[in-house]
Design a protein around this ligand. Sequence first.
Ligand SMILES: [Mn+2]
Length: 230
Amino acid sequence: MTSEPTFDDSVAHRHIDADEHDDIYVVGDVHGCLAELQSLLARLDVGDDDLVVFVGDLVRKGPDSLGVLDLVRRRPNVTSVRGNNEEKLLRGDAVVQSFGPAEREYVASLPVAISFDDALVVHGGVDPRRPLDEHSVDDLQNMRSLAGGSYERPFWFEEHDGPWQVFFGHTVLERPVEREWAVGLDTGCVYGGELTAYDYRADELVVEPAERTVEERSDDSIVSPRSSSP
Ligand SMILES: [Mn+2]
């Protein structure tokens, strides 16, 4: 598939021409873990012609939301989709004390979906039972279980079979999800796991271990991916 994905009018979408970039990296939930993000970006050796796309949840829970946001918004070739934690800020359901109007304006400017080639980056995921243009902002930011309960299997990424290769965060994973049509990158850095990037051109994962555990998370809300279907 070469055409751009189409969305409901309420969903802000940005399409990026992959040909304008050399390396492309997609990075999992950062949640204010600035030190790990700096280490990861140094390892990736991101240049001006490369592209870095975050799956959202740059902020909240971790030690330095402001530092992470500053790093991302300063560079034109670094961008992010809006996660449910950014959405909470915009809706007034959460506050980051260090944020002023400029930070809030930047968060509001972030799209809910970013696409390039056949890749689609959203925070939560897509519902394979419905066409893409029938997804709300909430759907794309919070998608997880297809069974109703938050952590009840099957998860959407176990059923999704294209045509978009979806990169996502939101669901904290024991290890990254690497399936043909779904790549899950939230390996719980803020919970003492790792910060994970996917190198799109090389088709490989780059993993930065957490320096410390900032928040505790119960094991039943950390998902262990099943081995991929053939
Ligand atoms: Mn998150």
